[in-house]
Design a protein around this ligand. Structure first.
Ligand SMILES: Cc1ncc(C[n+]2csc(CCOP(=O)(O)OP(=O)(O)O)c2C)c(N)n1
Ligand SMILES: [Mg+2]
Length: 550
């Protein structure tokens, strides 16, 4: 029906707009015109007569579908829409959903449900207890009580996903709802995505900062996500304090070559405490206190230190074992604190410790040292490229050779689950394209991590995305060998990865792929990849990390 306000041309019998018409119009109004999905019979009623102004991004497995949507949302800064197949598709998506929840990515995940009339007799593909399945890794899960409530459920899903702390939500929609007559156009609402801090408490925090003799600052992923990179730099420079990154950040929030920067905190209670010792005040902005990993006992705060935490997430504030918290959007808080604090930009702070010089033999033959690989990448990577990191045993080399110096340009799993990096990178590249940003996405991935959501590279090839995957082929789960050492668990099976022809697999998914066995060939392959239309997978044989945590 040309000229009709509703996009689809399938009116109900009464010529009233259907639930589908009204919902698609709402999605249009909200700017949600890209659907990441993997379809099934329970979703085809939603996808019927898919409108021309919408884009469907097909992922071949749901772990990839959700993580691609996550990367897309992180690039565009807007919620992304996902459609997966009932309970089975949701189950496959679960690991990626955990990462989206921990990374505060706003996602509206929808799944088809069996026909309402039949559900009580448990037909094939029923999503049993649909609203319980994704818990606790969604902020809200809902199956509309009536078909007519579907558009309003989408509106609420959008509002809940967007509001801080942002995160995924889940809608289960019976497949027979879409052709039902709608009650009328959807109600469109707007919501805020920044929460202002309590003004009195901000002043108290500023006063405590002014009183500190030797403070330090810790920035976490919320800062970059809030668009507060510049505000963070301005704050740190006026405050005149050493800046650390919280452990295991999924985003980088402070320029890693800034004179105030002192590196990431350790991953253990004892290690963090050692870094804090001697500082009378620690200000943690946009991070957990702290994202600990291996258990090494210690005090949570050394004697004589106090801790202030600023976060937009009440769950993160609640979980802090020590310190005083302030809830609020990191950008707003940083701007207000910078106005309130006394200028101490000339404060004397202890110099950054000299890191031992690393000598790299660039002429060595394969397998290459990871320093040789990363130092080569440092020379060929365009300055504005985004980096997605999931090469678990080479974090130190990444920081040594490829410091992050720009906002919105470093990404990693927020949950600790691997299998996020490959599809996350693909989604990031799709998001960059959607917002008109021209840059290459460089994904540095371990040979183990590459396998979990590998089918995402097919989506990258189909969309001819400007991406370079560098796969570190050390033939093992190297980091787990280090952990076996740390945890004193000799004889763990399942840590070797023989017989994987990764370049052949990548070719099979439609990517350009190449094995390289020298730094020179790596540099050439990388430079060629930058000029290739579509993704390239470069496989580099690397020396495993020695079996102790470096
Ligand atoms: C979903 C999931 N399964 C298993 C793990 C446990 N795990 C952590 S690191 C790792 C090995 C990664 O190996 P690889 O990507 O080859 O990196 P390397 O340590 O060799 O550098 C595994 C299996 C995990 N974090 N997430
Ligand atoms: Mg490996």
């Amino acid at each position: 029906m040309p000229g009709h306000p509703y996009g689809a041309d399938d009116r109900s019998m009464t010529n009233q707009p259907t639930v589908r018409d009204v919902t698609y119009d709402l999605l249009r109004t909200l700017g949600l015109t890209t659907v990441f999905g993997n379809p099934g019979s329970t979703e085809e009623t939603f996808l019927k007569n898919f409108p021309d102004d919408f884009t469907y991004v097909l992922g071949l497995q749901e772990a990839s579908v959700v993580a691609m949507a996550d990367g897309f949302a992180q690039s565009t800064g807007k919620p992304a829409l996902v459609n997966v197949h009932t309970g089975a598709g949701t189950g496959n998506a679960m690991g990626s959903l955990i990462a989206a929840y921990k990374g505060n990515t706003p996602l509206i995940v929808t799944a088809g449900q069996q026909t309402r009339e039949m559900v009580s007799c448990d037909p094939y593909l029923t999503n049993k207890d649909a609203t319980l399945l994704p818990l606790p890794w969604v902020k809200w899960a809902y199956e509309p009580a009536r078909a007519e409530d579907v558009p309003a459920a989408f509106m609420r899903a959008y509002a809940v996903a967007m509001q801080p702390p942002a995160g995924p939500v889940y809608l289960s929609i019976p497949l027979d709802d879409w052709d039902k007559p709608a009650l009328g156009p959807a109600v469109v609402r707007t919501v805020s995505h920044r929460v202002s801090p309590d003004a009195t408490r901000v002043r108290e925090f500023a006063a405590r900062m002014d009183a500190a003799q030797n403070p330090m600052v810790v920035f976490g992923p919320e800062v970059d996500r809030a668009g507060a990179w510049d505000a963070g730099v301005a704050f740190a420079e006026k405050f005149g304090a050493a800046v650390y990154a919280g452990p295991l950040g999924d985003r980088v929030s402070f320029p890693e070559r800034h004179p105030l920067y002192r590196g990431p905190l350790a991953l253990t209670i004892a290690g963090v405490t050692e870094a804090i010792r001697g500082h009378d005040l620690v200000i943690v902005i946009g991070a957990q206190v702290f994202r600990y990993y291996p258990y090494v006992a210690g005090e949570y705060l050394p004697e004589g230190s106090e801790l202030l935490q600023i976060t937009a997430d009440p769950e993160v504030a609640g979980a802090a074992p020590v310190g005083d918290s302030l809830l609020g959007d990191p950008l707003l808080v940083l701007e207000q604190l910078t106005d309130l604090i006394t200028d101490q930009s000339d404060r004397k702070i202890s110099p950054a410790p000299q890191l031992p010089a690393v000598t790299v033999d660039r002429d060595e033959s394969a397998p290459l040292s990871t320093d040789a690989v990363w130092s080569t990448l440092a020379e060929v990577k365009p300055a504005d490229a985004a980096v997605v990191m999931e090469s678990t045993s080479t974090m130190a080399e990444l920081m040594r050779w490829l410091p992050t110096t720009r906002p919105g340009s470093f990404f990693a799993t927020a949950s600790g689950g691997i299998g996020w990096g490959v599809p996350g990178a693909v989604g990031l590249a799709l998001g960059d394209r959607a917002r008109g940003a021209k840059r290459t996405v460089v994904a540095t991935i371990g040979d183990g991590s590459f396998q979990y959501s590998i089918q995402a590279i097919w989506t990258a090839a189909q969309h001819r995305l400007p991406m370079v995957f560098v796969v570190m082929r050390n033939g093992e789960y190297s980091i787990l060998k280090s952990f076996a050492e740390l945890e004193q668990t000799p004889g763990v099976p399942g840590l070797e990865l023989p017989g994987l022809d990764i370049a052949s697999i990548a070719t099979g998914f439609g990517c350009t792929a190449i094995n390289v066995d020298s730094t020179e060939k790596l540099a050439h392959a990388f430079t060629d990849a930058l000029n290739t239309d579509g993704p390239t997978v470069i496989v580099v044989p690397t020396k495993p990390k020695p079996a102790h945590l470096g």
